[in-house]
Design a protein around this ligand. Structure first.
Ligand code: GAL
Length: 349
């Protein structure tokens, strides 16, 4: 017989079970939310060198051999788009935007080009760099343009009215009639724009762009050193140039030289990191100066190439230790950047 006492007991038990299940459900929800939390949201402003770098869609950033410009308060990162499923006849340059250099929004492939110059199968478009020309209000992209044996050794130019494209192909040429393979970009504190290019017979050129940036106007310096992945920064009254040796996709000990003037004379080249680490497996692409309200931080930006799985090539970005003519790349480890103050610290601190 079911008594009132039994009914009460049953109700209490049912309530207890419901509460228990609710609690469990709550826990399961929390666990699931954490598991499926989009990887895109890099929670804090942490840069994790060598890791996969998720963009706003959760995809690894595809901006290899890249370069960065700042327009007002926005940074744009352009680079080689090397995703898996691309049309192999075309070459692609991606564009990402960010306010803090950590969370990147994919703005699309701003170049999707078919062979512009009869270069033939497996033609090359590498190391795109974009300059903003204030007079013409155009975004001018330079890139290394080549055939599969790297014998054409030219630069190409494409232009756009907006930072996120589309960029239209304009022309190709050999800068100052020299061979040009890896290119780098340098914009001085006074806004002057330079192209750095590697010329196999002669060395490392730093050349000034014309007023409209559509041609390479004048040689500023030829450093007779065979260096590629060229990058320059102007810091505390001194120019620092970084380059890598010519070892293709394989890493090597990158080196730096200094000079009071861009035109030289430049010091001898010295290691930027313990040479046995081969720049911690990376190759320079750019040096970015972040001038904050409290500190100026100079970031070494490099590629960790994975030639057989290029889409998975990684980035090594670390703040450089530099001053008084010395430059040193610390061991890669996670670090946090405050884009407003320019201050940074290691995550472990
Ligand atoms: C490297 C160069 C890369 C790419 C590669 C091809 O030396 O820095 O951008 O051209 O060679 O082997």
């Amino acid at each position: 017989m079911v008594t009132d006492e039994n009914r009460l007991e049953l109700r209490i038990n049912t309530e207890y079970i419901m509460q228990y299940l609710k609690g469990k459900l709550f826990l399961i929800t929390i666990v699931l939310c954490n598991i499926i939390k989009p990887v895109s949201a890099q929670d804090s402003k942490i840069i994790k060198p060598t890791d996969v770098w998720p963009d706003n869609n959760g995809n690894h950033v595809q901006a290899h051999g890249g370069g960065i410009i700042k327009v007002k308060n926005t940074y744009y990162w352009y680079g080689e788009e090397r995703a898996k499923d691309l049309d192999t006849n075309k070459r692609y340059v991606s564009c990402y935007s960010s306010k803090d250099l950590v969370s990147w929004t994919f703005k699309g492939d701003v170049v999707k080009m078919t062979d512009p110059d009869n270069l033939g199968p497996k033609w090359i478009l590498e190391r795109p760099k974009v300059y903003y020309n204030e007079k013409s209000e155009k975004y001018v992209m330079y890139f290394h343009l080549d055939n599969k044996t790297y014998k054409a050794a030219k630069v190409g130019i494409a232009i756009s009215d907006t930072p996120d494209g589309d960029f239209k192909y304009l022309k190709s040429f050999r800068p100052l009639n020299h061979e040009s393979r890896d290119i780098g970009q340098f914009i001085d504190d006074d806004g002057s724009a330079y192209l750095i290019f590697e010329d196999r017979p002669n060395g490392f050129h730093i050349a000034k762009l014309s007023d409209d940036y559509l041609s390479v106007e004048k040689e500023i310096c030829l450093i007779p050193a065979h260096m590629e992945g060229g990058a320059v920064v102007h810091y505390n009254g001194l120019y620092y140039a970084i380059g890598s040796a010519l070892t293709g996709w394989n890493a090597n000990p990158n080196k730096y030289a200094t000079s009071v003037s861009l035109a030289g004379p430049w010091s001898e080249f010295k290691d930027i990191a313990p040479p046995e680490t081969k720049t911690y497996g990376s190759q320079s692409t750019m040096i970015l100066k972040v001038v904050g309200s409290k500190k100026t931080t100079v970031i070494f930006m490099a590629d960790i190439w994975k030639p057989k799985t290029q889409w998975d090539s990684r980035y090594l970005w670390m703040p450089l230790e530099l001053g008084d003519g010395k430059l040193w790349l610390p061991k890669p480890q996670p670090w946090e950047l405050n884009i407003k103050t320019g201050e940074w610290k290691y995550l472990a601190d």
